[in-house]
Design a protein around this ligand. Structure first.
Ligand code: PCA
Length: 213
Protein backbone atom coordinates (compact mmCIF):
# COMPACT_ATOMS: atom_id res chain seq x y z
CA UNK A 1 0.00 0.00 0.00
CA UNK A 2 1.21 3.52 -0.78
CA UNK A 3 0.39 6.20 1.78
CA UNK A 4 0.79 9.88 1.02
CA UNK A 5 1.39 11.69 4.31
CA UNK A 6 1.39 15.47 4.38
CA UNK A 7 2.27 18.21 6.90
CA UNK A 8 2.16 22.02 6.69
CA UNK A 9 4.77 24.73 7.03
CA UNK A 10 4.44 27.36 9.82
CA UNK A 11 1.81 30.08 9.38
CA UNK A 12 0.49 33.17 11.17
CA UNK A 13 2.54 34.05 14.27
CA UNK A 14 3.95 30.56 14.73
CA UNK A 15 7.57 29.83 13.94
CA UNK A 16 7.13 26.07 13.74
CA UNK A 17 4.33 23.78 12.66
CA UNK A 18 4.21 20.50 14.61
CA UNK A 19 2.53 18.76 11.68
CA UNK A 20 5.60 18.88 9.42
CA UNK A 21 7.98 18.29 12.33
CA UNK A 22 6.02 15.11 13.05
CA UNK A 23 5.65 13.99 9.42
CA UNK A 24 9.43 14.14 8.98
CA UNK A 25 9.83 11.74 11.91
CA UNK A 26 7.46 9.05 10.59
CA UNK A 27 9.28 5.97 9.24
CA UNK A 28 9.49 5.55 5.44
CA UNK A 29 8.00 2.06 5.76
CA UNK A 30 5.31 0.89 8.15
CA UNK A 31 4.49 -2.83 8.09
CA UNK A 32 5.83 -3.09 4.50
CA UNK A 33 3.74 -0.13 3.35
CA UNK A 34 5.51 2.82 1.76
CA UNK A 35 5.06 6.24 3.31
CA UNK A 36 5.53 9.20 0.95
CA UNK A 37 5.99 12.43 2.89
CA UNK A 38 5.17 15.81 1.41
CA UNK A 39 5.36 19.31 2.88
CA UNK A 40 2.39 21.43 1.88
CA UNK A 41 2.60 25.23 1.99
CA UNK A 42 -0.09 26.91 4.09
CA UNK A 43 -1.48 28.59 0.97
CA UNK A 44 -5.05 28.06 -0.20
CA UNK A 45 -4.38 27.67 -3.90
CA UNK A 46 -0.98 26.05 -3.87
CA UNK A 47 -1.92 23.42 -1.27
CA UNK A 48 -4.40 21.67 -3.57
CA UNK A 49 -2.11 21.99 -6.59
CA UNK A 50 0.81 20.37 -4.79
CA UNK A 51 -1.43 17.63 -3.48
CA UNK A 52 -2.68 16.83 -6.97
CA UNK A 53 0.87 16.82 -8.44
CA UNK A 54 1.84 14.25 -5.82
CA UNK A 55 -1.25 12.13 -6.38
CA UNK A 56 -0.36 11.97 -10.09
CA UNK A 57 3.25 11.09 -9.28
CA UNK A 58 2.72 8.62 -6.43
CA UNK A 59 -0.76 7.20 -7.14
CA UNK A 60 -1.39 6.61 -3.42
CA UNK A 61 -3.96 4.23 -1.93
CA UNK A 62 -4.34 6.51 1.09
CA UNK A 63 -3.92 10.24 1.68
CA UNK A 64 -3.49 11.27 5.30
CA UNK A 65 -3.04 15.00 5.89
CA UNK A 66 -1.85 16.39 9.21
CA UNK A 67 -2.24 19.98 10.43
CA UNK A 68 -1.82 22.06 13.56
CA UNK A 69 -4.90 22.99 15.55
CA UNK A 70 -3.63 25.51 18.11
CA UNK A 71 -5.87 25.51 21.18
CA UNK A 72 -7.13 21.94 20.85
CA UNK A 73 -6.09 19.51 23.56
CA UNK A 74 -6.55 16.17 21.81
CA UNK A 75 -5.64 14.45 18.56
CA UNK A 76 -8.62 15.47 16.39
CA UNK A 77 -9.65 13.03 13.71
CA UNK A 78 -11.68 15.09 11.29
CA UNK A 79 -15.02 13.80 10.05
CA UNK A 80 -15.91 16.33 7.36
CA UNK A 81 -14.56 18.98 4.99
CA UNK A 82 -16.81 21.76 3.67
CA UNK A 83 -16.75 23.56 0.32
CA UNK A 84 -15.82 27.00 1.62
CA UNK A 85 -12.75 29.14 2.26
CA UNK A 86 -13.32 31.76 4.95
CA UNK A 87 -10.04 33.07 6.35
CA UNK A 88 -9.59 35.02 9.59
CA UNK A 89 -5.85 35.50 8.93
CA UNK A 90 -3.86 35.61 5.70
CA UNK A 91 -2.34 32.44 4.33
CA UNK A 92 1.39 32.30 3.47
CA UNK A 93 0.62 33.93 0.11
CA UNK A 94 -1.08 36.92 1.75
CA UNK A 95 -4.47 35.63 0.57
CA UNK A 96 -7.55 35.94 2.75
CA UNK A 97 -10.55 34.58 0.87
CA UNK A 98 -13.99 35.16 2.38
CA UNK A 99 -16.86 32.79 1.66
CA UNK A 100 -15.37 31.45 -1.55
CA UNK A 101 -16.20 27.98 -2.80
CA UNK A 102 -13.23 25.64 -3.07
CA UNK A 103 -14.62 23.77 -6.08
CA UNK A 104 -17.56 25.06 -8.12
CA UNK A 105 -18.27 21.51 -9.32
CA UNK A 106 -17.75 19.90 -5.91
CA UNK A 107 -20.26 18.75 -3.30
CA UNK A 108 -21.07 21.05 -0.38
CA UNK A 109 -19.09 18.70 1.84
CA UNK A 110 -17.22 15.41 1.82
CA UNK A 111 -16.90 12.93 4.67
CA UNK A 112 -13.56 11.30 5.44
CA UNK A 113 -13.61 7.71 4.22
CA UNK A 114 -11.09 6.55 6.82
CA UNK A 115 -12.24 4.51 9.87
CA UNK A 116 -12.23 7.64 12.04
CA UNK A 117 -13.85 6.10 15.12
CA UNK A 118 -11.61 3.06 15.06
CA UNK A 119 -8.64 5.43 14.84
CA UNK A 120 -9.81 7.38 17.90
CA UNK A 121 -10.38 4.15 19.82
CA UNK A 122 -6.95 2.77 19.00
CA UNK A 123 -5.20 6.02 19.97
CA UNK A 124 -7.10 6.17 23.26
CA UNK A 125 -6.07 2.58 24.03
CA UNK A 126 -2.51 3.92 24.22
CA UNK A 127 -3.73 6.54 26.75
CA UNK A 128 -3.39 9.48 24.38
CA UNK A 129 -6.37 11.87 24.22
CA UNK A 130 -8.17 11.69 20.88
CA UNK A 131 -11.56 12.74 19.57
CA UNK A 132 -13.72 12.99 16.48
CA UNK A 133 -13.86 16.58 15.26
CA UNK A 134 -16.88 17.71 13.32
CA UNK A 135 -15.18 20.75 11.83
CA UNK A 136 -11.75 21.22 10.34
CA UNK A 137 -12.38 24.98 10.31
CA UNK A 138 -12.52 27.12 7.19
CA UNK A 139 -8.83 27.85 6.72
CA UNK A 140 -6.17 25.96 4.73
CA UNK A 141 -6.59 22.64 6.60
CA UNK A 142 -10.27 22.34 5.71
CA UNK A 143 -9.30 23.42 2.18
CA UNK A 144 -6.68 20.66 1.87
CA UNK A 145 -8.97 18.01 3.35
CA UNK A 146 -11.71 19.04 0.90
CA UNK A 147 -9.23 18.86 -2.00
CA UNK A 148 -7.98 15.45 -0.83
CA UNK A 149 -11.51 14.03 -0.84
CA UNK A 150 -12.45 15.75 -4.12
CA UNK A 151 -9.29 14.34 -5.74
CA UNK A 152 -9.83 10.94 -4.10
CA UNK A 153 -13.04 10.73 -6.11
CA UNK A 154 -11.42 12.06 -9.29
CA UNK A 155 -8.49 9.59 -9.17
CA UNK A 156 -10.68 6.77 -7.78
CA UNK A 157 -10.14 4.18 -5.05
CA UNK A 158 -8.25 6.51 -2.73
CA UNK A 159 -9.06 6.67 0.97
CA UNK A 160 -8.43 10.09 2.45
CA UNK A 161 -8.72 12.01 5.68
CA UNK A 162 -7.27 14.62 7.97
CA UNK A 163 -5.95 14.71 11.52
CA UNK A 164 -5.35 17.89 13.50
CA UNK A 165 -2.73 17.83 16.27
CA UNK A 166 -2.31 20.24 19.21
CA UNK A 167 0.50 22.74 19.70
CA UNK A 168 3.86 21.47 20.92
CA UNK A 169 4.70 22.46 24.54
CA UNK A 170 7.38 24.90 23.32
CA UNK A 171 4.73 26.81 21.34
CA UNK A 172 2.63 27.62 24.41
CA UNK A 173 5.34 28.99 26.69
CA UNK A 174 3.86 32.49 26.54
CA UNK A 175 0.27 31.43 25.93
CA UNK A 176 -1.49 30.95 29.25
CA UNK A 177 -4.14 28.25 29.59
CA UNK A 178 -3.39 26.83 26.16
CA UNK A 179 -3.14 23.06 25.83
CA UNK A 180 -0.30 21.24 24.09
CA UNK A 181 0.91 17.71 23.39
CA UNK A 182 4.52 16.58 23.21
CA UNK A 183 5.91 15.34 19.92
CA UNK A 184 6.40 11.81 21.25
CA UNK A 185 2.68 11.37 21.92
CA UNK A 186 1.52 13.07 18.70
CA UNK A 187 3.92 10.90 16.71
CA UNK A 188 2.76 7.77 18.51
CA UNK A 189 -0.86 8.73 17.73
CA UNK A 190 -0.18 9.26 14.03
CA UNK A 191 1.67 5.95 13.81
CA UNK A 192 -1.33 4.25 15.41
CA UNK A 193 -3.63 6.01 12.93
CA UNK A 194 -1.54 4.79 9.99
CA UNK A 195 -1.47 1.20 11.29
CA UNK A 196 -5.22 1.30 11.84
CA UNK A 197 -5.77 2.52 8.26
CA UNK A 198 -3.51 -0.26 6.95
CA UNK A 199 -5.09 -3.06 8.94
CA UNK A 200 -8.72 -2.10 9.31
CA UNK A 201 -10.78 -2.32 6.16
CA UNK A 202 -14.20 -3.08 7.63
CA UNK A 203 -17.06 -0.72 8.39
CA UNK A 204 -16.21 1.96 10.91
CA UNK A 205 -17.21 1.31 14.52
CA UNK A 206 -20.78 2.17 15.55
CA UNK A 207 -19.77 4.15 18.61
CA UNK A 208 -20.67 7.73 19.31
CA UNK A 209 -18.24 10.43 18.35
CA UNK A 210 -20.91 13.09 18.47
CA UNK A 211 -21.23 16.26 20.46
CA UNK A 212 -24.27 18.12 21.82
CA UNK A 213 -22.99 21.44 20.55
N1 PCA B 1 -3.24 24.43 10.43
C1 PCA B 1 -4.07 25.39 9.71
C2 PCA B 1 -3.49 25.47 8.34
C3 PCA B 1 -2.15 24.82 8.40
C4 PCA B 1 -2.12 24.14 9.71
O1 PCA B 1 -1.24 23.38 10.11
C5 PCA B 1 -5.56 25.06 9.77
O2 PCA B 1 -6.00 24.41 10.73
O3 PCA B 1 -6.28 25.43 8.85
Amino acid sequence: MKILLTGFDPFGDDKINPSIVLVKKVEEKIEKNQIFKVEIPTKFEKSGEILEENIKKIRPDVILCIGQAGGRSAISVERIAINIDDARISDNDGKKPIDEKIRIDGENAYFSNLPIKKIVEEIEKEKIPAEISNSAGTFVCNHLMYEALYLAKKYKNIRAGFIHIPYLPEQVINKTNTPSMDLENSLKAINIAIKTIINYDGEDLKISGGKIS
